[in-house]
Design a protein around this ligand. Structure first.
Ligand SMILES: Cc1ncc(C[n+]2csc(CCOP(=O)(O)OP(=O)(O)O)c2C)c(N)n1
Ligand code: SF4
Ligand SMILES: [Mg+2]
Length: 279
């Protein structure tokens, strides 16, 4: 990361970070920092909320208002913060396990309610922090410490899950696609409703080793060589898309945002109370 970004936005006293060599999470954290820097957001107006996991460690390194919450509950905390002060840019950083397993209910309902949060998923297809248990995004047929004979579950596509639940902005990026991913995070922050950017990360230590994906460099090369842009993907057959990773914006719609609708009720009731007092 360029030193001026570190000086401006990072807690240097907490560095070096704890991520393994070759982990994709550092690249994704840099994309978040770059997006915030490009938008020139006021530090005091940014709140970073994380859950628990290797990915969630990012909150400790970023020099904004930050809160490192409990596993799976980052969106619940973030919703409370956004409701208390809708002026804040509330950004959730969390892993695939955090967001789509234990926190799956919070995800679908925040998307359905269109709460104005930006959720950036550091999706490494595994529970990294706890030693490589499979997550809802580990592909069927692959391995985790809790699936030594192969996974029989079908996996979630988190961006499609969020879109299906009503997210008004949903996109997919990756650790390899730095510029596109930064642009999607920026769009997500600017978007007034619920935004989710599902970012393919890499975990060479657990997912990579368990599934014989080679080195961190091999895993990055895989992302480069197997990415298909969303615009191309819609013209391809399911067979052609097998084993590919789709990058791009899936949804960008305008629905009423939750805290705006909530404020309308507060204003209406306040007006009615005032009218009653005047009678
Ligand atoms: C309530 C609760 N259940 C389980 C755990 C143990 N735990 C900590 S992190 C984690 C999974 C992390 O995976 P993910 O969210 O994908 O993040 P990653 O480490 O892969 O970045 C689990 C199960 C916990 N801390 N709290
Ligand atoms: S265990 Fe995996 S996700 Fe966690 S820091 Fe290491 S490479 Fe990254
Ligand atoms: Mg994970």
């Amino acid at each position: 990361m360029p030193s001026q970004l570190i000086e401006k936005h990072m807690r240097a006293e907490n560095l070096p970070h704890i991520w393994c060599p070759g982990c994709g999470h550092g690249i994704l954290m840099r994309n978040v920092v770059q997006a915030i820097d490009n938008l020139g957001l006021d530090h005091d107006k940014v709140v970073i909320v994380s859950g628990i996991g290797c990915s969630s460690r990012a909150a400790g390194y970023l020099d904004f208002n930050t809160i490192h919450t409990t596993h799976g509950r980052a969106i619940a905390f973030a919703t409370g913060i956004k409701l208390a002060n809708p002026e804040l840019e509330v950004i959730v950083l969390a892993g695939d396990g955090d967001i789509s397993a234990i926190g799956g209910n919070h995800l679908i309902h925040a998307a359905r309610r269109n709460v104005g949060l930006t959720v950036v998923v550091f999706n490494n297809n595994i529970y990294g922090m706890t030693g490589g248990q499979y997550s809802p995004t580990t592909p069927k047929g692959e391995f985790g410490t809790t699936a030594p004979y192969g996974i029989i579950d079908r996996s979630f596509n988190i961006a499609e899950l969020a879109q299906g639940a009503g997210a008004s902005y949903a996109a997919r990026g990756s650790a390899y696609h730095v510029q596109q991913t930064t642009a999607y995070i920026q769009q997500g922050i600017l978007h007034k409703g619920f935004s989710l950017i599902d970012c393919a990360s890499i975990c060479p230590t657990y997912y990579g080793r368990k599934n014989k994906k080679g080195s961190a460099v091999d895993m990055m090369k895989w992302q480069k060589e197997n990415a298909v842009m969303q615009e191309q993907a819609v013209k391809m057959t399911p067979e052609e898309l097998k084993g590919k990773m789709i990058i791009g914006v899936l949804a960008h719609d305008n629905y009423p945002e939750f805290t705006v609708e909530y404020q309308k009720i507060i204003d209406r009731l306040a007006k009615e109370a005032e009218e009653r007092e005047q009678k």
